[in-house]
Design a protein around this ligand. Sequence first.
Ligand code: SAH
Length: 528
Amino acid sequence: MTTNPLDAESQSPAFPIESYNLPMTTSTAHRRLWIETVGCQMNVLDSELVVAALRRQGWQLTTSPAEADAVFYNTCSVRQHAEDKIWSALGRVRQEKQARPGLIVGVLGCMAQKDQELIRTRAPWVDLVVGPGQLHRVPGIVEEILAGGPPRIEVSLDRTAGSRDAVTKSFESYDPDRDPTMRPTPFQAFIRTQTGCDKFCAFCVVPRVRGPEQARPPAAILAEATKLVADGCREITLIGQTVNSYKWHDGGKTTRLADLLHDLNSIDGLDRIKFVTNYPRDMTPELIGAVRDLPKVCQYLHVPAQHGSDAVLLRMKRGYTIGEYLEMHARVSEELPRAAVTSDFIVGFCGETDAEFQTSVDLIDRLQFKNSFIFKYSPRPGTKAFDRQPDDVPEEVKKERHRILLDTQTKASLAGNLPFIGTRQTVLVEGLSSRDEKRAVDPGPDGSAQLTGRTSCDRIVVFDAPMRLVGRLVDVVIDAAGAWSLSGTVADGLADAVPLPLATDGACGTGGCDGPGTVHQIAPRPER
Ligand code: SAH
């Protein structure tokens, strides 16, 4: 069965990063860590930072939990499915812990914050439970446990457990120095602009588990970006639960996302800037203008609509009407005709009727999103919907509506991709395509393989090219289009070029040998 990348329900929510290819540390300790990350980009970044901190303490990543001295799960609570996956994993790791009592088992992230003691009650073999606002404590706790200390639960205050100030202080943003070797692609990085969320959509557990919204100072964001670019990063994705709500007050001055984009755009060596996820009402003319005017800012806006019906949006407490969403979309289309707009939808929310569901189908038909992530409603304890609205749409109906909406989006995605055939697109080359990754193709540093990358409007492009193009911007002429991706041929013979140091005649022009991939000679394409 092939997995449809837009089918959020069938997608594995895990982004295991245990397969990073890490250089050996100089430490002699060589303790081995295995970590599985479930959920959103915030969690991917948190895992990167926790792993980097532990690596500085002599830990290395391993590809197998059976070989690990510590097994960590960085968890997600947005849907029950993501939690079930972790409960099953904890069941499996129990035997490992029985066989090797010294194994450290850790639950990090949103489930840790949400379930706290319940995790140790149901799985007493867990040694540390650390919420997203306490991740800076992980290295210290691990040392204490290694020294024979007791199991630890470190979480932030519940949203109602104190003053806003006290709760806010208990969620500390975790932003230590970055380490490029910690990322699967060192030329791409997430940067946090804010933590937490104050939108309180009726279905969503994020404000509870990630705490109050707190912006990071603009200077810290810029300094982090500058350092990342100096270390070789070419694409930065700003992340926040509602990234376009970013606001920082300093004296009389307010900095918003559009201002951050202006400053980031002037960093030399940076090629691309993206930002996710957007809240429809905060898609201001200034922000749309910044995307239009700043060449490094990608033509890609993820602005979840969640539903097509005003009545459902009201029950969801989304804070806007479909009329307002359409007005925002029209402004984007007018100012940014090349931009891709993407969305999230929830089907089967409390009380959703057939007629209400049909409005979501109609919205996708009308707006033709580049893609949409489509989720079946999952009631979350601690949300307003869980407390006050019955989860009354039967599972079978949710499934059927999910299928219908996905079909609708698939048609829209294909229709949106077809006009790209014959065009030339600049693509940031990310690595092996999933096909060649599955086949474990190892083309070596310069061998040809099927590679994948993305256009500025976030379309996936696959093409045959040498591995050394990974991390570079190349032009690709699009030959074919499917709903989920485009395929093409690298333009200008670049795929056939070999770096001068590898060329047989050894000709090395002045200034041409200062690094791999800077100057190329054309050589015949090897037979494949
Ligand atoms: N604020 C972030 C993270 C929200 S979770 C963002 O907007 O991306 C990502 C998506 O999951 C949401 O947009 C919503 O479509 C979906 N989601 C959130 N809570 C859900 C729930 N209880 N059931 C089903 N889907 C949910």
